[in-house]
Design a protein around this ligand. Structure first.
Ligand SMILES: Nc1ncnc2c1ncn2[C@@H]1O[C@H](COP(=O)(O)OP(=O)(O)OP(=O)(O)O)[C@@H](O)[C@H]1O
Ligand SMILES: [Mg+2]
Length: 612
């Protein structure tokens, strides 16, 4: 990856230009109108200023969730006495000086708005000293009026203390949430900035308590600081390069959250929210997650500054890409590839406490796709906890290692390890257990396949591929399905989508449909019930706005309802055909709802279990 640091905020090497008040014609072109909404807005602006000032260490002190005090100190370049006074003027900035500069912004700030906005709604104190100067400066402002401007002793760098936020604006103070909620929002901003600038050290204290710290280091260290060691270890790294360059860390589909709060998107080191990129992430995980669940992802995209406009949002929280399609496609393809490319194979590895035949909680996980490059980062993890080896099965080349399972088994498979997909011609079907699980002998040991989710995956991929029309099997006698009014409204709108999948439904009066055909090759014991279940699930999902993209929801539901059920007896040819179809799928390992399809128990694990 080329060194893209030159256009990252806060990484400027040249000396800082002095602060100037922007002329009105430039000021008016800035998407501004800074509104300080809550303590976290103050934290974000001040920490960004510290990073823009080249700080190596930033520390934040909060009291009462930031309501009583937000103090941010840095060891950055500081300001002279004149600059300190100018800095609190509106539109005074050292970061741009011409309208053209707006198209090559390489700093977090550029509007010259944050400090005056904060100072107008708080008791504001700025203490600053440039490294080369003997003396520092103190500026004290109350509700926007400068009450003190004097020399002061200070270490090099800048400290801004913001107390009694919104005391003069009770309406805004009223909207603040609980101390813990406000604190969490501030922490979220700092953590995002730590991921963007992992080289800087961060410390956040809330009263006497340390709430977050990051010692400074590389992105891996920052992932550990933000997510903790266990989650960080599971993240799957991926990267790609075009005109844009992308680095991402993805949680396996088993590590989900009920909302997007743990999705971290960055463009040129700026934390942003972006519908475009979020959509690309959703698409990459499509079919791998339970409904209404979201993965943890860190997506760091670097774009030449002239291909992205950061001057589009008053809080600088969104950007506009010049080449939207390219950004979307790079993120989608890279993530998708890393997630499903060669399969995330759940494996059973014996636990140190004794053999575990079935995966339990974190006792089984996903092996990252071999082509997800940069996988060696796990090795740099300084001290994995004792149960670390249960998270990943050992790579092939370590299988012969004698003695206790080495910690090196944490290492994801390297790219030269061949795709470990099973070859259907080399499988021997041993039978069905509990009418639900198909047990197969493989050249490496055993595989256990959940027949329902396996079939669900097969149907899901078949329904999802728009390329091949889904063949239909017409019913000798059409079935009438009565619907409630609520259901009818939703179902009638989607008849075409159902037809695409092979379910031929026809409107039959205002509150009924005729089922004329179903996808060919399905063994449906109760056609009517299957279709009814599918329709009501789609209705529910439509009403509950947490669903995936509508077509996706229809496809997932149809696949689930039409698949063989747990408890259905299958003949050997049926099992074989199911496994063959499964192994032809893009991702034969995880069902569209995110459940594992197949668990492998390799010979090496068997030998460990039996202590051979
Ligand atoms: N911690 C700091 N260290 C050194 N200089 C600072 C610091 N904070 C602010 N400044 C100076 O004060 C100026 C004004 O800061 P302010 O945050 O108001 O505006 P900005 O960062 O230029 O733009 P924005 O409103 O987008 O944040 C900055 O341009 C910078 O020169
Ligand atoms: Mg700023």
């Amino acid at each position: 990856m080329p060194d893209s640091s030159s256009h990252k905020p806060g990484t400027r090497i040249a000396p800082r230009p002095s602060i100037v008040v922007l002329p009105p014609e430039i000021a008016s072109r800035i998407a501004a109108g800074e509104v300080i909404e809550r303590p976290a807005s103050v934290v974000k602006e001040l920490v960004e200023n510290s990073l823009d000032a080249g700080a190596r260490r930033v520390s934040v002190l909060l009291e009462d969730g930031g309501r009583d005090l937000v103090e941010v100190s840095d060891d950055g370049e500081g300001m002279t006495a004149e600059e300190a006074l100018l800095a609190v003027e509106r539109h005074a900035t050292s970061k741009i000086s011409s309208a053209e500069d707006l198209f090559r912004i390489t700093t977090y700030g550029f509007r010259g708005e944050a400090l005056p906005s904060i100072a107008s709604v708080s008791e504001f104190e700025l203490i600053t000293r440039p490294r080369h100067s003997e003396e520092g400066t103190r500026v004290l402002i109350r509700s926007g009026v400068t009450v003190k401007y004097e020399p002061a002793g200070a270490p090099p760098g800048t400290t801004v203390r913001v107390s009694r936020l919104f005391e003069s604006v009770p309406a805004r103070r009223k909207f603040l949430k609980s101390t813990q909620t406000e604190l969490a929002r501030s922490l979220d901003f700092v953590q995002r900035l730590a991921l963007a600038r992992p080289d800087v050290s961060f410390l956040v204290r809330h009263g006497e308590q340390e709430s977050f710290s990051h010692p400074g280091g590389d992105i891996i260290t920052a992932l550990v600081s933000v997510f903790g060691r266990q989650v960080a270890r599971e993240l799957i790294p991926a990267e790609a390069e075009s005109v844009l360059s992308l680095r991402a860390f993805l949680a396996p589909p088993t590590r989900t959250r009920p909302n997007r709060s743990q999705q971290y998107l960055f463009v040129n080191g700026r934390p942003i929210s972006s519908r475009l990129l979020s959509h690309a992430v959703d698409e990459a995980y499509a079919g791998l997650l339970p409904h209404g669940r979201f993965p943890i992802v860190v997506v760091l995209l670097d774009v030449p500054p002239n291909l992205v406009d950061v001057n589009v949002h008053p809080r600088k929280a969104e950007v506009k890409f010049v080449r939207e399609r390219e950004a979307h496609s790079l993120v989608f393809h890279t993530l998708r590839e890393a997630l499903v490319g060669k399969g995330l194979v759940p494996r059973v590895a014996p636990s140190p406490a004794g053999p575990a035949l079935v995966p339990q909680g974190p006792g089984f996980s996903f092996e990252p796709a071999p082509q997800a490059v940069g996988g060696g980062w796990l090795q740099r993890d300084p001290a994995p906890p004792p149960d670390a080896h249960r998270l990943y099965a050992p790579p092939e080349q370590n299988r012969e290692t004698p003695g206790p399972e080495p910690v090196t088994s944490l290492q994801p498979e390297s790219s030269h390890v061949a795709d470990q997909r099973l070859d259907p011609s080399r499988l021997r079907i041993l039978g069905q257990v509990a009418g639900t699980y198909i047990v197969v002998e493989t050249p490496q040991g055993l595989a256990i396949i959940d027949q329902h989710v396996a079939h669900e995956r097969v149907l899901y991929e078949r329904f999802r591929s728009r390329s091949s029309a889904n063949p239909v099997q017409m019913l000798a006698v059409p079935v009438t399905l009565e619907l409630s009014r609520r259901e009818a409204g939703i179902v009638m709108e989607r008849l075409k989508e159902f037809a695409d999948l092979g379910f031929v439904l026809e409107q039959f009066g205002p509150e009924a449909v005729l089922l004329r055909g179903v996808p060919a090759g399905l063994k449906l014991s109760d056609v009517e019930q299957t279709v009814r279940d599918m329709l009501s699930e789609v209705v529910e999902l439509t009403l509950d706005r947490k669903m995936l993209a509508p077509r996706e929801a229809v496809v997932t539901s149809a696949a689930c309802k039409a698949a063989v059920k747990a408890g259905d007896r299958l003949s050997e040819p049926e099992m074989r055909s199911l496994i063959e179809q499964l192994l032809r799928c893009d991702n034969p390992y995880v069902c569209p709802h995110g459940r594992p399809i197949m668990v492998r128990l390799d010979r090496e694990s068997l030998e460990k279990i039996f202590q051979r």
